[in-house]
Design a protein around this ligand. Structure first.
Ligand code: SF4
Ligand code: SF4
Length: 716
């Protein structure tokens, strides 16, 4: 797609963006639609019904989404952001777009959701307005277009990132939290052996960097959890080292001889063996374990733990010879491709002989020995594949700079090995403390579960550069954040919700099967809707009317009465603005259904017994004065705010904004949809709050303006 030329780039895949793109596409123009979320559809697809007709919102949106995505003249880029727009001398635009990595190959993903079922991390579901959680890997919503999974991943969590040996500590914690203890052990073995020894001895840089530790001085006890999974496994499978990794003696692409018996030798043998090489350790008659034997003798490491760790390594199919070969040359002469010696001072011109840069001498630092073994395994692997070996290249094993010895204190302040073992319950409790810093934990459960093999953690952001003759900004609006009105208690009181949350509760794809209040899952019986929350309110800097809140609240009141026939519904309003076609009738219909309208401005909300709420409001209709009313659920009908941060992408010729920070049209009456910049147009509520029918009409008008502009350019 790079360097392609489009007639028009439409920014925003909501109802207006789709309408403009479809109209232009039908006229034969080539359109690129760029949407920042993982699905097109915008806010409309998440609504219950539309006013005043009460048509099903997703029944209208879904066919439009499918038509847009499958249109031969429309290319749709989801999970992508326009980063810069530059107007060129010939009047066209140079548009730079970043496609965020989804870590799921869209050409393979079938949308089967198997990955979601096994994912170990829960995140707030933004598509359900935070009413429920979704998984770190998720398909945005049931009617998503495209229906492809996406992984929410914010880099690597600090614990995983700080492990010198590249052990994904966050993944282990997440698996343990989900009660998958056996799998946590296997996941550790996929990254590194010596699970139990690390749990007893490691100086734990992961805990030092744990965000929870930084916030509360008590990090997640990763080392104790490592000990727990090692002990648990020994208890469950005393004589079985099957951790799901290859354990048949590999026939071996190459034969590798290792001279040594310490941590580096054992770990190197392990990594090379699971890469498919045939490995023999020559111990020279020494007991296997190196410095770990010292730890065992000193009483810091139980012998059964060390025995299990060594067995776990050898069970991969490693040969052990007690002899000491006369020389490395003799080993090579006996058909070995490469030899490794633990002796770091050994020097040789023969590039087939490898040695470590460092050898750990402190049992607390065996993780550094494992890191070194991983690095050498990569070096040997590259060498055997005929590739140039440089230290820099092999450092990529763990993806970060090598840690230097002496970087941390010898022992962590509190020695986990001195504490009693965790019970299953305690382990779950400790693992629950994790904050899921990087979102995805890299537990790799999704990779195992995906039948299509679509999970791909090597994905990186892609930069695209396209040319366009015209630009449409269809970026919509954002909703007022009601936590700014502190006295209304949003986020402090669970039963104060927003109108968008209520729409999710009423939608056919709702999170629960009924309208329930968040604090206790009770069906509410006395619901209040407060209009003009964050609109017509100078105290929060939004003095304008949002145009849609009166009507969507009246719609919700009617739907609530349908869903909860015995519930009382009260709307608190300043004045009702029912200005559109059929709106006044819709308002009268609500009154006729029994919705109570109270002309009164709500000043504050306080908690009442039983999770109920007291509303304090100024009665503007009757005798006046401050009144108090009790409700069991309060819905804040939040206003619409401008979302015009896309202007930052314009390098020059920046479209003007109006006094409300929405995109300014040259003239709403005579030149709708035209910005002050030649070739840049605005569609839908990006130019000001509009209801859905107005958005569709405006977006259609915008497409007509663009078509006329493109034709006039062709003639010129
Ligand atoms: S790696 Fe684990 S946490 Fe990450 S998305 Fe897959 S299953 Fe979820
Ligand atoms: S809070 Fe969890 S994810 Fe974050 S650093 Fe600590 S253990 Fe790792």
């Amino acid at each position: 797609m790079d360097n392609l030329h489009f007639d028009c780039v439409v920014i925003g895949g909501g109802i207006s963006g789709m309408e403009s793109a479809l109209t232009l596409g039908d006229m034969g123009f080539k359109v690129l639609l760029v949407e920042r979320e993982a699905s097109i559809g915008g806010k409309m697809i998440l609504l219950s019904k539309v006013f005043p007709t009460l048509d099903c919102s997703s029944c209208i949106s879904t066919p439009k989404m499918a038509a847009t995505y499958n249109h031969p003249n429309i290319t749709t880029l989801t999970y992508s952001e326009v980063k810069s727009i530059e107007r060129l001398e010939d009047g066209t635009f140079d548009v730079k777009i970043t496609q965020k990595p989804t870590f799921v190959d869209p050409s393979k993903c079938t949308g089967c959701s198997q990955c979601e079922k096994v994912c170990t991390v829960a995140r707030i579901d933004q598509f359900n307005e935070g009413l429920i959680a979704r998984r770190a890997i998720y398909i945005p919503f049931p009617q998503a277009v495209p229906k492809k999974a996406v992984i929410e991943k914010k880099g690597l969590s600090p614990c995983s990132n700080s492990c010198p040996a590249g052990i994904r500590a966050h993944g282990l914690v997440a698996l343990i939290r989900n009660g998958r203890f056996e799998r946590a052990y296997e996941r550790h073995m996929e990254d590194a052996p010596f699970v139990g020894s690390l749990g007893y001895l490691c100086y734990a840089p992961c805990e030092k960097h744990c965000t929870k530790g930084k916030r509360s001085n008590k990090p997640v006890s990763i080392r104790e959890l490592e000990r727990f999974i090692a002990e648990k496994r020994i208890g469950a499978k005393p004589n079985n080292n099957d951790d799901g990794l290859p354990c048949e003696p590999p026939q071996g692409k190459h034969k590798i001889g290792i001279v040594g018996s310490g941590v580096e030798s054992l770990a190197l043998a392990y990594f090379l063996c699971i890469q498919g090489h045939s490995v023999t350790i020559f111990t020279g008659g020494k007991e296997l374990g190196g410095i770990l034997l010292k730890a065992k003798q000193g009483g810091h490491l139980p012998s059964y733990i060390l025995k299990n760790d060594i067995q776990g390594i050898l069970s991969k199919g490693i040969n052990v010879e007690d002899i000491k070969p006369a020389s490395f040359k003799e080993i090579l002469a006996n058909g070995y491709d490469v030899v490794f010696t633990e002796d770091k001072s050994y020097t040789s011109e023969d590039e087939r002989i490898f040695r470590p840069e460092t050898v750990v001498e402190d049992p607390c630092r065996i993780v550094l020995g494992i890191q070194e073994a991983k690095r050498i395994a990569r070096q040997i692997h590259l060498f055997l594949e005929g590739k140039t070996v440089t230290l820099k290249e092999s450092d990529k094993t763990t993806g970060r700079k090598l840690f230097k010895h002496g970087h941390y204190e010898t022992l962590p302040k509190e020695d986990a090995s001195l504490r009693p073992l965790l019970s299953e319950e305690q382990a779950l409790e400790k693992a629950m403390e994790c904050l899921d810093c990087g979102s995805c934990s890299e537990c790799l459960e999704c990779k195992k579960a995906c039948p299509a093999g679509a999970i791909d953690f090597s994905m990186e952001p892609t930069q695209l550069n396209v040319k366009a003759s015209a630009i449409i900004t269809a970026t919509g609006f954002k909703l007022f954040d009601p936590s700014k009105k502190k006295l209304l208690g949003y986020e402090r009181m669970p039963n104060v919700i927003t109108a968008m949350q209520m729409d999710r509760l009423l939608s056919p794809t709702r999170p629960y099967n009924a309208v329930l209040r968040p604090s206790d899952g009770k069906i509410p019986g006395n619901i209040a809707l407060i209009l003009c929350t964050g609109s017509r309110d100078k105290t929060v800097g939004n003095p304008w009317c949002s145009r849609i809140c009166c009507m969507y609240s009246i719609k919700q009141a009617q739907l609530i009465m349908g869903a909860l026939p015995i519930a009382n519904v009260t709307i608190y309003y300043i004045d009702i603005r029912a200005f559109g076609k059929g709106y006044d009738e819709f308002y009268e219909q609500a009154k006729g259904m029994g919705v109570v309208f109270v002309k009164g401005k709500v000043a504050r909300i306080e908690e009442a017994p039983g999770d109920d709420l007291y509303l304090y409001y100024e009665d503007m209709e009757r005798k006046g004065g401050l009144k108090r009313a009790k409700h069991d659920l309060v819905v804040l009908s939040v206003g619409a705010l401008a979302d015009s941060k896309i202007t930052k992408a314009f390098k020059d010729n920046i479209p003007q904004l109006n006094e409300l920070s929405f995109f300014k049209e040259i003239s709403e009456i005579s030149e709708p949809c035209l910005s002050n910049v030649d070739g840049v147009f605005v569609a839908g509520s990006a130019s000001g709050p509009k209801d859905i029918p107005d958005c569709v009409v405006h977006a259609g008008a915008c497409a007509a303006q663009v078509a006329s502009y493109l034709k006039s350019r062709d003639k010129a």
